[in-house]
Design a protein around this ligand. Structure first.
Ligand SMILES: C[S@@+](CC[C@H](N)C(=O)[O-])C[C@H]1O[C@@H](n2cnc3c(N)ncnc32)[C@H](O)[C@@H]1O
Length: 240
């Protein structure tokens, strides 16, 4: 499997262009990488909170312009971007309401809007094998996050191929997120899905942390104090 840096090296030729669009920038972590390669990056996200976070986090990156906008319908002109980048975007609920339903029609509409905007589309979506699928069950036991991720990846592939795009890259990479100690690791894991569930008291919080620790340790992540965030990344292109 590729390292996180190797993934960016692979994607560099496709991200290097005059104007690119980052869909679902969240805290701006991936926007920062994108802006190293692309001369000007517009970013859109539906969330006011993430807008504030990303504005703060990217204030030292001059070639990024962030907006609050729904990806399903944008005011941009047809094919006005050299590339559209979507990272950890499509496996999520895209209604902005954090309902976590699998609305395939909504996802399809968002993909169509992406294709309207660019002939090159880059995805880095979490892999169905990502341990976050197991962790997610602690927050919502009836939600099969890995299944949703798998369906999203298949949908992306079908919709783009049906519209004449060719997948020119498909690979896997791991982003190694390191922590200083066990406590900050577990607290961070609790915060990843706090919009789904916040423990109602100290006892429940400790129980959830214990469950998280057990799952992480199945892959020695707690011993290593490193979360291995596994991505499947793809590049689709239409024309030459
Ligand atoms: C899991 S985050 C991905 C964040 C970031 N790209 C990353 O990899 O760290 C998904 C993001 O998509 C945004 N989002 C969800 N639905 C959206 C929509 N319809 N239009 C635009 N952004 C949306 C969310 O607000 C959230 O910031």
């Amino acid at each position: 499997m590729k390292s996180f840096n190797e993934m960016w090296e692979d994607l560099k030729p496709y991200l290097s262009c005059e104007k690119g669009l980052d869909e679902g920038y969240a805290d701006g972590k991936y926007t920062r990488f994108f802006a190293k390669y692309c001369n000007h990056v517009d970013g859109i996200d539906i969330s006011d909170d993430f807008y504030k976070q990303a504005i703060e986090n990217l204030k030292d990156v001059p070639n990024v312009d962030l907006k609050i906008m729904d990806a399903v319908k944008t005011p941009f002109e047809d094919k006005s971007y050299g590339v559209v980048l979507c990272t950890s975007f499509h496996e999520f609920d895209l209604s902005g309401k954090e309902k976590f339903t699998m609305d395939l029609q909504l996802k399809t509409n968002i993909l169509k809007e992406m294709m309207r905007l660019s002939d090159t589309i880059v995805f880095a979506e979490i892999s169905p094998t990502n341990i976050s699928g197991e962790l997610y069950k602690i927050f919502n036991p009836i939600e099969d996050h890995s299944f949703r991720t798998e369906v999203s990846n298949l949908l992306i592939d079908k919709v783009l191929r049906d519209s004449g795009y060719t997948r020119i890259i498909e690979d896997y990479a791991v982003d190694e997120i390191k922590y200083n100690d066990e406590e900050s690791f577990l607290e961070d894991m609790l915060s990843w899905w706090e919009e789904v569930k916040v423990p109602s008291n100290e006892k429940e919080k400790e129980e959830m942390k214990q469950q998280i620790a057990t799952i992480l340790e199945t892959q020695n992540m707690l011993t290593d104090l490193t979360f291995h965030d596994i991505f499947r990344y793809t590049v689709y292109r239409k024309g030459n």
